[in-house]
Design a protein around this ligand. Sequence first.
Ligand SMILES: [Zn+2]
Ligand SMILES: [Zn+2]
Length: 443
Amino acid sequence: MTNAPKEKEITAKKQPAFQAPKGMRDILPSEAAYWERARETASDIAEAYGFGYVETPVLENTDLFSRGVGGGTDIVEKEMFSLKTKGGDSLSLRPEMTAPVMRSFIENGMSRLPQPVKLWYYGPQFRHENPQSGRFRQFYQTGFEIIGGEQDPVYDAQVIVAAVRFLESMKIKNPIIQINSIGCRSCRTIYRKKLLDFYRKELAAGSKKKGKAICKDCERRMDTNVLRLLDCKEEGCEEIKNRAPSILDSLDSPCRAHFKGVLEFLDEIGLPYSLNPYLVRGLDYYNRTVFEFFTEEENIALGGGGRYDYLADLIGGRPTPAVGVAMGIDRIIGILKSADIVFEPRRKEKIFVVHVGEVAKKKVFALIEELHKANIRVTEALGKDSLQSQMKAADKEGSPIALILGQKEVYEDAAIVRDMKTGAQETVPLNKIVEEIKKRLKS
Ligand SMILES: [Zn+2]
Ligand SMILES: [Zn+2]
C-alpha cells in the first residue's frame, strides 16, 4: 500500500474531506416536513390508543441483544456496531428497540403499575447492513409495545390496528398485513423436526437429480436455526420453501385458539389480512403472532412485529407477556417521496420585522426577542440592509403584517405597522406594539 493518490483520484471530481459514514445520511430542511409529520403522527396515534412515551439510550450492553434478540441471529452475529468503553464495558448501538424497551420496563419496576403497560418510542437504530434502497445503517423506527397483563389476543390486534392507522395517516394506501402464528416453544419443537425432515428429503432427492439445492446460508441454518430456512429470499430456496409444511398445522390447541382470537378481532373491524404460514421473523424472542406490513408495489416490509412473551425472561426479568410493532420511517418516507406525496410544513403566519439603518437593526434585534416572549411568531431578513429586499422577503414569506423601523422611528421610539395586504400603514409607539399586533392577529 502506498499513500500516493492514484491518478483516478486526482482527476475525479473533488470530494469534500468528510462525508456522512457509509449507509448514514443527513436529514435536510427540504425534507424535514416528512420527518416532523411522521413523529407527530406516531405521537397522535399513541395518544389515541393510550401509549406512554419512552426514550432509552442509543447504547446498551451488548449482552442485552445477544441474550434478548439471540446470538444466532444475523442482527447479533453480523450487524451490530459494538464498542468497548474505556471502563471496559461492551456496549452496542441499539439494532432494535424491543429489547431496550423491555429492559426499561424491568429496570424501572413497571410491573408494579396497572397492567398492561403501553409504551411507544421513536428514534434511530443502527445495523451494519449493506446499504441498498430503503435500507440504511442508521434508520428510524417508531413502535408501540403492550407489556404485562394477560396473553390476550386483543392486544395483538390492537398493536396491529395502531400500526395500520399510523400507515394510513402517513398516506400509505391499503397497507397489506401478512400474519402468521409461530406457536410456543413446544409447538415449534414439533414443527422444527417436521421442517428438518422435509428439507433432508428435498436435499436427498435433489442430489440424486443433481441440481436442486439450498444456498450456503440455508445449509448453515439447517444446523443452527431451522426456522430461518423460511426467511431465505434465494430463488432456489424459495421454490423449496413454498412446498414446506405449514407451521399452522403444528400448533397446539392453546396456540391455535390464541391465533384464532387475534384474527377474529381483526375481522370484527373489517381489517383485511393475508395468512402467510412462512412468515417467521428471525428473532429469538417472538412467539405466537407475527406480522409484517407491505404495500402492493413494494416487497420490503414497512414494518412488523409480534408477540414476545419470552423476552422478559431471556433478559433476566420475570416471565411477562408482551406484544409490539415497529414501523420503518425511512422506508415510509421513501415511498411518499417516490409517489410525489408532499406534506406541507405546518406553517403559521409570521410577523416580518424590517430595519433601515444600523441603529434600527439593533432595535429590531431586541424587538424580535420581545415579540418572541409574547408568543408572537416573527421572521426577519437581518442580513439584508436594503428596505426593498427586506420587503420582498416579507412578501415571499406571506407575512400578514410588517413592522418597519427606520431612523425616524428609532428617534420616536415607535414602529410602522404595515398591513401587507392593503398596504395601509400606521405608526405605533414601541411600548404598545405587542398589544397592537395581538389585536390585529386576532381579527
Ligand atoms: Zn403452542
Ligand atoms: Zn437459502
